[in-house]
Unconditional design. Structure first.
Length: 68
């Protein structure tokens, strides 16, 4: 896939979204998108389709969840 294939324009909000996904990974220990293929993950990412499991957040401090 080539960067030119993406039919969207870049916006700085992408950086904030990406930082949130990295923070989620650091807190929970697994990626926010659990697709099996690159295309599944890309589709979930574009839709911001994060599937939260309540059990993943039991050990995380309230302040960290607020920041997330």
């Amino acid at each position: 896939m080539n960067i030119k294939d993406l039919k969207t324009t870049y916006d700085p909000v992408c950086d904030i979204y990406s930082a949130g996904l990295i923070f989620y990974l650091l807190l929970v220990g697994k990626p926010a998108f659990n697709g099996k293929t690159y295309n599944e993950i890309l589709t979930m990412n574009r839709k911001a389709d994060v599937r939260y499991e309540e059990s993943d957040f039991k050990h995380i401090p309230h302040e960290a969840l607020d920041l997330l």
